[in-house]
Design a protein around this ligand. Structure first.
Ligand code: PLP
Length: 363
């Protein structure tokens, strides 16, 4: 028999948002109320998020990048300042630093955890270093306590529900930044948030997302110019049922991660994990292996969607010329994101496992 053309039903999806009737009902509420933005759904979304992040405040914004941008501004970072940023991350992490006129100083990453290398971070501190922007990459909690003593912004875009040393990611630094892009565990289509337990930072972020109006003056004054980075109520509504189900979503992702570990542990690949006692956020299930490009291509031909991990910033035009970053190079060349979503079945896990079993050497 000739191989049959691939139908969409045969494709193992890389990501698939866990949204359905509950989300539709919430969105219908918004449409019925006629308040499509600045209504009650954003406030409800923020309350649920603050609980999940273990902070007193959560301020919803229009994307994870917007959260990082206002986060950097809220800490007073600007021209002349340096901020430590991992060399292997989604580029928005460094872009926001550059866009406020400060210098993103790239720091190499540990080739196994793919998070910032603490020894390299310490070497790159200067009198101008104002903060460290630490990423919990792919949801793996970063060891913040090993980093130089500086104010910490957490890029927790992939770490909703993750925890480090018993505390929720997003509550570990001065502030945390989340994303609700469809590749994250909770999605609003596009969206983000800043979490903090600092009243002053929260107030600044509320002002920065809303043109610079001062919330404490009932918006009578505008002490500085700023953005419209608000999240609409339509989108916040979409996130509410998912936040209510966050523990369930995590249980599903934990089960899938365990399923992968069972099927792949005899192969020459590095499996993702969190430090003992930590909870992984499972933004993505990213393994590391030799011949990544060939394996990625072969999986795709078999209808298994997969993707590179993320970017080595020193290889992008915007960030060349900061030197060499062997840890980031290794991660960039070797990382492979496998299908991961709450609806992934055991049969699909088997398919991915069997495909990799044939493509990768055993130990
Ligand atoms: C997704 C992500 C971002 C950007 O979030 P957007 O909502 O797409 O703007 C930033 N940093 C990391 C680590 C991410 O995973």
């Amino acid at each position: 028999m000739v191989s049959k053309p691939e139908t969409s039903a045969d494709v193992v999806r890389l990501a698939k948002p866990a949204v359905g009737e509950d989300e539709l009902a919430e969105i219908r509420d918004v449409l019925d109320s006629g308040m499509l933005t600045m209504g009650p759904k954003v406030a409800e979304f923020e309350e649920l998020l603050a609980v999940a992040a273990g902070t007193t405040h959560a301020v919803a914004v229009s994307s994870g990048t917007a959260a990082l941008h206002v986060g950097v501004l809220a800490l007073g970072i600007g021209p002349g300042d340096e901020v430590l940023v991992p060399a292997y991350t989604f580029p928005a992490t460094a872009n926001v630093v550059a866009l406020v006129g400060a210098t993103p100083v790239l720091v190499d990453v540990d080739p196994v955890t793919m998070n910032m290398d603490a020894a390299d971070a310490a070497r790159r501190v200067t009198p101008r270093t104002k903060a460290v922007l630490a990423v919990h990459l792919f949801g793996r909690p970063a060891r913040l306590e090993e980093l130089p003593e500086l104010p910490v912004l957490e890029d927790a875009a992939g770490a909703l529900g993750a925890s480090h040393g018993g505390r929720a990611c997003g509550s570990l630094g001065e502030l945390g930044c989340f994303s609700f892009h469809p590749r994250k565990i909770v999605t609003t289509g596009e969206g983000g948030a800043v979490t903090t337990s600092d009243d002053v930072i929260a107030e600044r972020v509320r002002s920065l997302r809303h043109h610079g109006w001062s919330p404490s003056d009932e918006y009578a004054d505008m002490p500085r110019p700023a953005f419209n980075y608000r999240l609409s109520d339509v989108l916040a509504a979409l996130g509410i049922p998912q936040l209510r189900r966050l523990d369930e979503l995590h249980a599903a992702y934990d089960r899938i991660a365990a399923g992968y570990a069972e099927r792949l542990s005899h192969l020459d690949v590095v499996l993702p994990e969190a430090d003992p006692g930590d909870r992984h956020g499972w933004q993505a299930y990213v393994i590391q292996l030799d011949e990544r490009d060939a394996v990625m291509e072969a999986l795709r031909t078999q209808g298994i969607q997969c993707q590179i991990g993320t970017y080595a910033l020193h290889r992008l035009g915007a960030y060349r010329s900061q030197g060499s970053f062997p840890g980031a190079d290794a991660a960039f060349d070797r990382a492979l994101a496998l299908p991961l979503h709450a609806g992934l079945t055991d049969a699909e896990l088997d398919r991915v496992g069997e495909a990799l079993d044939k493509l990768v050497s055993h130990h």
